[in-house]
Design a protein around this ligand. Sequence first.
Ligand SMILES: Cc1cc2nc3c(=O)[nH]c(=O)nc-3n(C[C@H](O)[C@H](O)[C@H](O)COP(=O)(O)OP(=O)(O)OC[C@H]3O[C@@H](n4cnc5c(N)ncnc54)[C@H](O)[C@@H]3O)c2cc1C
Length: 425
Amino acid sequence: MTAKPYPDSYYAASANQAFVFPSLSESIQADVCVIGSGITGVVSALKLAEQGYKVALLEAEQVGFGASGRSGGQAIFGWACEQSYLENLVGQESARHFWSIALEGLAHTKQRIKDYQIDCDWCDGMAHLGMKARHDHALQTWYHQLQDNYGYNSLTLWDNDQVREQIDSPLYTSGLYDANSGHLHPLNYTLGLVAAAKSAGVDIYQGSRVTQIIQGESVTLKTVAGQVQAKHVILACNAYLEGLSPYLESRVMPVGTYIAATEPLGEAKCWSLMKGMAACDINFVLDYYRCSADHRLLFGGRVSYSGAEPRDLKAIMRAQMIHVFPQLRAVNIDYAWGGYVGITMNRAPHFGRLANNIYYAQGFSGHGIAACGIAGELMAEAIATTAERFDLFTRIPHRAFPGGRLLRTPALVLAMAYYRIRDYL
Ligand SMILES: Cc1cc2nc3c(=O)[nH]c(=O)nc-3n(C[C@H](O)[C@H](O)[C@H](O)COP(=O)(O)OP(=O)(O)OC[C@H]3O[C@@H](n4cnc5c(N)ncnc54)[C@H](O)[C@@H]3O)c2cc1C
């Protein structure tokens, strides 16, 4: 089967390595078969291969084809849902475990870049921006909650004047800056992980979509032209899982989100827009942006619940960018692309097992760069040593989207319309 090419993105145009992996055309055996070559799948494969497991990694398209190779690149602390939500759900003590696991995810992201010498333009700093009194209050509450209850002390609150010094936009009234978060080139980060997995001995197949999973003590995974027999399986397909598990798909909604890359603006211009960090506002449907290593503005936002890419994406993204940075009116957009984020009903991550030996991690809800890496590590840990930390996540209940896999979109459109109106108000 031929793998689809990457979308025509700034990331694909600036990828610093490419791989030729075969398509699976025979019957093979492995200790572990990982399905999906985003950050989640590749990290789990890498960690297991480093511990001596025979690992096969099957990717439907090219390695890094999914969200991991297209994202905003913002590596952020915590989970997509708020800590207070987790506290109410599972109690203070367990919520603290989730928090420290999330921080471990961020720390390990930076460590992996060092350990495997991944050339992916890491930069420190990330700002969450408020644009109205309700946001200002929410950022203050967030700051005190994390600083006072969790001892997280890399945060700084910005008032109206301070936020204007950092981000040259008329929109913002406050900010919460985290020196511990950061941003990176997501495709080059993912490809760097793939290179490490290959060196560690993982057998990687592209253009090898798994079409059927036959459960058992030894699991059989069928592709169009081959099959894998494995003792353990890791499902790491997130929003790109199409028809492989109705149960998983009913609990995660693929929502399209889009990014535009301007022409190179030069270092001084980029620095005048924002001081090196990544940023996003705190609306439910949010704008997120950062400057690239070659000094373009990468501006993300806009969502599509139908999954269809909006027509004339460059013009739409340009209008949104100019709303935030009116001074970029004359700037050209070189690339615009999109991808799917996998949203859960409660925006908490959805980890678990389909059977004793089939693990999954999905539903990072747009907050996956750091979280996916630790999800991959927890699945590897569950197979190699102990499932204690992985199983913590099964305490988070997840409801199916009304209508299940086929009819979930209309319900989500209604729910999101509510949040969109709330953002405007
Ligand atoms: C435009 C965009 C912007 C984003 N911005 C940010 C951000 O700034 N910060 C942040 O933290 N998160 C962001 N995210 C979310 C983040 O990118 C994801 O949470 C994360 O990359 C998911 O990684 P993953 O490995 O779980 O899945 P993916 O990277 O999506 O990988 C899944 C892979 O599985 C493969 N696959 C699917 N089905 C099969 C099958 N049957 N057989 C074989 N292979 C299969 C797919 O082809 C795909 O390559 C963004 C996402 C998008 C789309």
